[in-house]
Ligand binder design. Structure first.
Ligand code: XMP
Length: 525
């Protein structure tokens, strides 16, 4: 367990609990999110957090059997901050009252969206530097059906909003703070100030840095693995690369990486990955060139989901085949990130429709009887990049755009042929070169070319051409869930189209995809 000061976030099921963790990590505070069902008083005592935050949640404290914090947590002398449902739980458990709103069948008024909080008394440590607006109020994001109707003994009100008379409350003597709004979201523009003040008053030193993380992770990997062997599947992406370099630093040649080359990679990608890990880092690496197998099985297949399923299944088979050659391996390393870990315990949200079945190596460890090493489990994506920099991975590598597991297969709508893949690789290389030359690479979240399953007529010199059309794609996004197309200048697009048509044999028409997500998706399949 980390030696840093710890903050415990009790998750009552809010959609935005992860954002609380983000805000705290930005303040160099180590925190862990745990679902309320797992948080017993003994658990809290063992974790020994320096402060606790109660997240929001979808339930109503007025409902019998709704989530609670463990009895006794309020006696530990630890500062607590309650957010939304967290505030209501606190009031209810400490002797106040919560009134049901529209949603839970009560008569109260619900409040969703932007609201303004006005101070009634800003002499409160967590509000330091907060009500800084000229008109003395602060924009906040509200999302609640119920509201507190009577404060628990010892609490006072410090701010109100039109529909939340107890928008900011506190029992200063016991260091309990509770707000009805969500300071962690973007729409509470100065919300981070509240977290900053809270962790300061709780005495956090802000010493959760990547350097410290690296040292601790290395020690943990050594403790877990001992003198056994570890296999790591390398995709060329940031997560698996950082995991591999970190594990290699911890256990050296006890680690072997397996790089499955499915023949659907970008131009020169396989060589770059192999030379970086094998030559620069000296990491034992199996380069499994299985392109014939993958492209053979994909022959004649044009349905996107069938493509994904074939690639996913073959990937697992091939990985296993090569991993089996590493004698005595007991562990499989994975670049699992914190958001994946939290999602797997979260109870929020209903069943969602599968738009695309993203392929991964799920199920592989059980099948192979391997134990998992997941050194990035506590990190968010941008923290993985910071760790990569800390480990000396080249900036150009860390800043690479995301690349999907099925690779170029899903950028080649319709049937995949070697000819189309070769054309696509060349066009993509020119496009990315253009983007880099114009200094735009780091401004764009993801950019690529898709080759379209259609030939069009053109004229070059005095001759007629009948070649493929392609689509350029570039989007900005935070997490890939939604995306906006990138607004290139017409000059850039014109110059790029000319270069692709002149330099890439097989393409005579270039289009730019200006669909956002939704309604489109980022990839073409
Ligand atoms: P979509 O196309 O779903 O893409 O809007 C969102 C992000 O996910 C990537 N993507 C995939 N990644 N396996 C992956 O590992 C897949 O099957 C897959 N499909 C899409 C896509 O590149 C984008 O970053």
């Amino acid at each position: 367990m980390t030696q840093h000061d710890r903050l415990l976030i009790i998750d009552f099921g809010s959609q935005v609990t992860q954002l609380i963790a983000r805000r705290l990590r930005e303040l160099n505070v180590y925190c862990e999110i745990h679902p309320y069902q797992n948080v017993t008083l003994d658990f809290v005592r063992d974790l020994a957090p320096k402060a606790v935050i109660f997240s929001g949640g979808p339930d109503s404290v007025t409902r019998e059997g709704s989530p609670r914090a463990p009895d006794g947590i309020f006696e530990l002398g630890v500062p607590i901050l309650g957010i939304c449902y967290g505030q209501q739980v606190m009031m209810e458990q400490l002797g106040g009252k919560v009134e049901g709103g529209k949603i839970s069948g009560g008569g109260g008024t619900a409040e969703f969206g932007r609201a303004f909080v006005t101070p009634t008394n800003d002499d409160l440590a967590i509000l330091d530097g907060w009500f800084a607006d000229a008109d003395g109020r602060e924009q906040v994001w509200m999302s609640h059906g119920d509201h507190v109707s009577k404060l628990a003994p010892g609490f006072e009100v410090y701010g109100t909003s039109p529909n939340a008379p107890f928008a900011i409350t506190a029992d200063v003597d016991r260091n309990f703070y509770a707000v009805q709004f969500h300071p962690e979201v973007h729409h509470t523009p100065n919300g981070k100030t509240i977290y900053k003040n809270f962790v300061e008053l709780a005495g956090f030193k802000g010493d959760w840095t990547m350097g410290a993380y690296r040292d601790e992770a290395i020690k943990q990997i050594r403790d877990q693995v001992g003198d056994k062997k570890v296999i790591c599947g390398l995709s060329g992406g940031v997560d698996s690369s950082v995991a591999a370099v970190l594990i290699h630093e911890a256990i050296g040649n006890q680690l072997t990486c397996v790089f499955v080359d499915h023949g659907l990679l970008r131009k020169d990608e396989a060589t770059e990955v192999v030379s970086m890990f094998r030559d620069n880092y000296n990491i034992p690496l199996i380069h499994a060139d299985e392109s014939d197998l993958f492209l053979g099985e994909l022959e004649g297949v044009s349905d996107p989901e069938t493509k994904r399923k074939i690639i996913g299944k073959l990937f697992i088979d091939v990985f296993q085949k090569h991993a089996d050659t590493i004698e005595g391996a007991e562990f499989l390393a994975q670049g699992t990130l914190y958001p994946d870990v939290i999602e797997s315990v979260s109870f929020s949200g209903g069943p969602s429709v599968t738009i695309k079945s993203h392929h991964n190596v799920g199920g592989l460890p059980e099948k192979m009887g391997l134990k998992l090493v997941e050194p990035l489990r506590e990190l968010f994506k941008d923290e993985v990049r910071a760790l990569g920099r800390e480990l000396g991975l080249p900036a150009s590598f860390i800043g690479r755009h995301p690349f999907p597991g099925p690779g170029l297969a899903i950028r080649c709508p319709g049937e995949i042929t070697r000819e189309k893949l070769d054309i696509l690789r060349e066009a993509d290389a020119v496009y990315i070169d253009q983007i880099r030359k114009h200094g735009l690479y780091d401004e764009i979240w993801q950019a690529f070319v898709a080759i379209l399953p259609v030939r069009t007529v053109g004229v070059m010199g005095d001759g007629r051409t009948y070649d493929f059309a392609c689509a350029l794609r570039a989007v900005n996004s935070v997490d890939g869930m939604t995306a906006d197309y990138y607004p290139f200048s017409h000059e850039f697009l014109g110059e790029t189209a000319t270069r692709i048509i002149n330099e890439v044999k097989g393409i005579n028409r270039v289009t730019y995809d200006i669909t956002s997500k939704p309604p489109g998706t980022i990839e073409w399949e």
